[in-house]
Write a protein that binds this ligand. Structure first.
Ligand code: DP6
Length: 332
């Protein structure tokens, strides 16, 4: 039996945001989303089966970790397991080669890498689509990191339990850049899962978000396929602003931005007014990600770095999906 699997996966940034879950369980998204999987940054995960263990063990960036992260890892391993009988316990070691506080959700790449590594270690024989569906059940955005390039995660439908993400176009379809403006080194206050549940339960704008997100998604999908940045950009900004407006109207209101966030949004609009096609998006945190053409990237980096309070910028481009790096057989 294969006992060790090593995999890597990249973070992804949604151009059309997922925010909110269907009310019938299984972590099904309430709206369709579309993301770019990013090259250059990765989570590296090793899963080693160990019969001597009575429960799974997790090490994150070299530190033994328990609590919710370990529970989610155990959940993922249980889901991937296909063999008869009890699942062997595993030692899971994961590290990010990018700073976790950089505003690039590390959970997406983490669960995608874990799914692929676990599939090899457990010899589960699952397809990429199955792994995407399983990762999506643990954290929806991670289902998208199984695939490279431009990726769609449809909204969930009642009676349909399985929902993998779907590749829309490969990384080389369009040489775009995403520049991350890091606005603080601190951690975010309210996680996405909790934030979107609170929004659904208490925001009077939530129904408007549910009605408005699908047409915005359609525009984004069409503009990506046509490589039309002038059509894509405004819809990307609208998706992010609609998500944040809905979350801000929750009780208590979710305020993911800081003052620098807002300054960066204005800087992006000024760039555009002066003729550079640059468009922002913001996730459940204070950092801003700016979409632009590769040729405009140096100009965008300079403009963002000049905004007072911006700590640093990170450039990213479309990259590949999660992949297995190594699988080894147990000698015993
Ligand atoms: C703002 O995928 O982290 O980044 O399914 O509850 O784990 P769970 O949520 P998660 O939410 C991501 C929200 C977002 C938008 C997006 O990536 O589409």
């Amino acid at each position: 039996m294969t006992s060790t699997g090593k995999a890597i996966a990249h973070p992804n940034i949604a151009l059309a945001k997922y925010w909110g879950k269907r009310p019938y369980g299984k972590n099904l998204p309430a709206v369709p989303s579309l993301s770019i999987t990013l090259a250059g940054m990765a989570t590296h995960t090793t899963v080693t089966l160990d019969d001597a263990l009575t429960e799974d063990a997790l090490s994150l960036d070299g530190e033994a970790t328990t609590g919710r992260p370990l529970t989610r890892v155990t959940e993922m391993l249980d889901r991937v397991h296909t063999g008869a009988g009890p699942r062997p316990r595993a030692r899971v070691a994961s590290h990010n080669d990018f700073p976790t506080a950089a505003g690039l959700a590390s959970s997406a790449s983490a669960f995608a890498a874990l799914a692929v590594a676990a599939n090899a270690a457990l010899d589960a024989g699952r397809t990429v689509a199955e792994l995407s569906d399983l990762a999506r059940q643990v954290s929806a955005s991670s289902g998208r990191s199984l695939f490279g390039g431009f990726v769609v995660l449809p909204a969930g439908e009642e009676g349909r339990a399985q929902l993998p993400a779907e590749p829309l176009a490969p990384a080389d379809h369009w040489d775009l850049r995403l520049v991350v403006a890091v606005t603080t080194e601190g951690k975010k206050a309210v996680g996405s899962t909790e934030g979107m549940i609170r929004t659904a339960e208490t925001s009077p704008l939530y129904q408007g978000w549910l009605d408005g997100a699908p047409p915005i998604f359609d525009t984004i999908r069409g503009a990506v396929l046509d490589r039309d940045l002038d059509r894509l950009g405004p819809a990307v900004e609208q998706s992010a602003l609609a998500m944040h407006a809905t979350a801000m109207a929750a009780d208590p209101g979710l305020l993911y931005w800081n003052g620098v966030t807002l300054e960066v949004l204005h800087a992006v609009r000024r760039l555009r007014a002066s003729g550079t096609a640059a468009y922002f998006t913001i996730d459940a945190g204070p950092h801003v990600k700016v979409l632009c053409r590769a040729s405009d990237c140096p100009k965008v980096v300079v403009a963002l770095a000049q905004v007072r309070g911006v700590q640093r910028t990170i450039e990213a481009r479309p990259g590949g999906g999660a992949r297995l790096v190594e699988a080894t057989e147990d000698a015993t």
